[in-house]
Design a binder for this molecule. Sequence first.
Ligand code: SF4
Length: 286
Amino acid sequence: MQANRTKPGKASSGGTKARRAHDGRMGAAALTPRALLRELRRTLADRGVDADAVLHRRGQLEAVRARARGRAFPREAYVRAMILAWLSARRPWTRIGEELEALARVFRDYDPRKLRRADPGALAERVLTLRCGNRGIHLQLAALPENLRRLQALEREWGSLDAFVTSDEPEAIARAWSRPGGAEKLEQVGPSVAREMLRFVGVEAAKPASLVRRMIGPERLGLVEDAGPRAAAAAVERLAAAAKREVTEVDTLLWMYCAPDQADVCGSDPRCDACRLAKHCRVGAA
Ligand code: SF4
């Protein structure tokens, strides 16, 4: 399942038109992947974002590395992954990251045996009190008992949830969890939440947010000429492989670059004057 991390690297080919748009040598693809990530990290630091601290708090990169070392993830880790993926899908990460310990108490250390007896409505109210909720929180947590049963069924069938999530490519597992009517479908889980769940249990699954897709797409850095989810995910995988970094790290750094609650550099109203990639970007170099 770590195939993306070891995929033979090559510089992105998606920047060809971006280079043509300038003088034949410009565009982010003209930067080496490592230089691009270095400039990205330097800009994050300029903006006061401690990238390593954010990566550590999210825990996904450490989970990827732990899985690569052979660590097994217990069922509690999967329940935690589902709940954090639900919460962070509809609310900026900062607040959730601040309340990880309190959330663990609310969700009884994500122990499915204890959670089965919990009242979903009361859990939702406690999440709202922590200001980590969203408009869909009651629906999400109403699905919790059924999803606990489905995860348990998967565990019985495969011997462990780790065996299930490593039985196929991450995209296929995300589809299995999110496909309506599928035998392994989890309620209130779509493709994006499913991929985020996988990342919380250390399975690499490129999931560039729409903000990131715009940043690396043809209008800006030109790392990819099609900013659709699949092409953008492939571009992030290529960039990570070429820089010899984990996909999760690269994807998260790009997200930090764009997210309004993080560095907020490359958002709807980009701060190109603060961006160390500007001379390699169609907007910044214009
Ligand atoms: S130069 Fe502007 S548009 Fe281009 S990547 Fe930087 S912030 Fe985004």
